[in-house]
Design a protein around this ligand. Structure first.
Ligand code: TRP
Ligand code: SF4
Length: 442
């Protein structure tokens, strides 16, 4: 199995994906004690993560952390794209420093759009809807890849620690793949890691909330972040924690600095072997690794290193299309677009695939299957905030109390409200967008 970020596959078997790619389960202990957990976290739509523990800790201890996510301006914005922004707004309410990349270089390189076309789509489809949904744009850093010199510079420099074989193994690139496409994952790595540069807030935990199709980019970014580190902190074979200097310059100074920091962190029983470029800590355990690593990362810029912490990620399930397969911009009947009229949306909802039985009598007798129903998914992902209300729908469907006609009508009505509200807010936001573009797109 391979994850291709540029294909349009859906992934049915999320547990298998986790196992195969070493994605961790997004279990209850990661979100239960966060303030008012968002519905996508509560309901298992966010099903996996890498390194979310760091974010969890930063939130609870009120330490600085950042979010970087991106949008691909290559079509209309639909409900599937709304999920990331719902997550981002939640994290913004918890105090995250928000960065959003418009992936215009990627759309140009991989989907054949001109930069001008991607600008239109980004503004009218995405940015307008983000504001309408309630994202506070003034307090986020939203930028276009093609206009962000820091991101592009970083992308180039980071390329030093990744080679062609690794890119082929990760993405299946071939001799005929164009170079801009080949370079676009590095631009995305530049997006993800640039927020830890000094001038963007410095070294800190960074969360990248995405769909699971983006995992190859996350793995690449995490590998690259690690590869550029000057120190490596790991468990040794005899169950000690070892701090190793990975470079050949300033070894003595790096070891001196590490020693100082370890003492400051109250580790006393240290054994330094300069020839091995190593310090072993006898009194530390596995649970101390991330704390030590983070403290050391912060010293790396004084040795011309970046000190990037590995970015964390969360993965959400894809919303199913109304037709039963993927929700996709290229199949309008499968998707509800945020710019659809209520009538258009209603029509799609009325035609949607449900978990209902073949006949009314049969459904009354043996109930429906909400977990195979696109209408129920709309409630679960987008339309019903109250968990008890959602549970009510689920149970009443299962028992054969709720019939699909009535249920679809309810979904259509709620969707209508949402779409009308968004349309009004988009209109109201027009001025704000023009101002924003003048400021950042020049
Ligand atoms: N590749 C992403 C997509 O196809 C867009 C993107 C660009 C992105 N840069 C990013 C996503 C950084 C997350 C983080 O949708
Ligand atoms: Fe889906 Fe509602 Fe029909 Fe149940 S009653 S199968 S939830 S549309």
């Amino acid at each position: 199995m391979k994850i291709d970020p540029w294909s349009s596959t859906t992934y049915q078997d999320y547990a298998r994906l986790r196992d195969e790619f070493g994605i961790q389960e997004f279990s209850e202990d990661l979100w239960k004690d966060l303030p008012h957990p968002q519905r996508l976290l509560r309901r298992g739509v966010v099903f996996g993560h890498r390194g979310f523990e760091m974010i969890h800790e930063a939130i609870l201890q009120k330490k600085p952390w950042a979010i970087l996510t991106g949008l691909m301006p290559s079509g209309r914005m639909h409900l599937g794209h709304k999920m990331v922004i719902d997550e981002v707004m939640y994290y913004q309410s918890l105090g995250a420093d928000i960065y959003i990349a418009v992936a215009d270089i990627e759309a140009y390189a991989t989907r054949g759009f001109t930069l001008e076309e991607t600008k239109e789509l980004a503004v009218n489809e995405y940015i307008a809807n983000y504001i309408a949904l309630g994202l506070d744009l003034k307090s986020c850093h939203l930028y276009f890849q093609s206009k962000n010199q820091d991101v592009k510079d970083l992308a180039f420099l980071l390329g030093k620690k990744v080679n062609w074989s690794q890119m082929v193994a990760t993405y299946g690139f071939e001799g005929s793949t164009n170079m801009a496409h080949i370079f676009s994952p590095l631009v995305q790595t530049g997006d993800i890691l640039h927020v830890q540069l000094e001038q963007f807030g410095g070294i800190r935990p960074t969360l990248v909330p995405v769909g699971v199709d983006q995992d190859p980019h996350i793995r690449l970014s995490r590998d690259i972040a690690q590869a550029h580190r000057l120190y490596n902190v790991t468990m040794t074979k005899d169950n000690k924690i070892g701090v190793f200097v990975k470079v050949d310059k300033n070894v003595k100074e790096l070891l001196d600095t590490a020693e100082k920091i370890l003492k400051k962190l109250q580790f006393s029983d240290l054994k330094r072997i300069t020839d091995y470029k190593a310090i072993y800590i006898n009194t530390a355990g596995e649970a101390d690794i991330s704390r030590i690593d983070e403290a050391l990362a912060h010293t790396e810029p004084t040795f011309q290193g970046y000190g990037f912490l590995q970015p964390s990620s969360t993965y959400h399930r894809f919303i199913t299309g109304l037709t039963g397969d993927k929700m996709s911009s290229s199949k309008p009947e499968s998707a509800i677009f945020l710019t659809d009229s209520p009538q258009e949306a209603k029509k799609k909802i009325m035609n949607a695939k449900t978990g209902g039985a073949a006949t009314l009598e049969e459904q009354k007798k043996s109930g429906g299957k909400p977990d195979e129903c696109m209408i129920y998914e709309l409630f679960l992902y987008h339309l019903v905030e109250d968990d008890n209300e959602l549970k009510g729908i689920f149970e009443s469907c299962k028992k054969g109390g709720l019939m699909c006609g009535q249920c679809k009508k309810r979904a259509a009505e709620q969707m209508e409200k949402l779409l009308i509200d968004l349309a009004e807010k988009r209109k109201a936001a027009a001025g704000q967008i023009q101002e924003f573009l003048k400021e950042r797109y020049s």
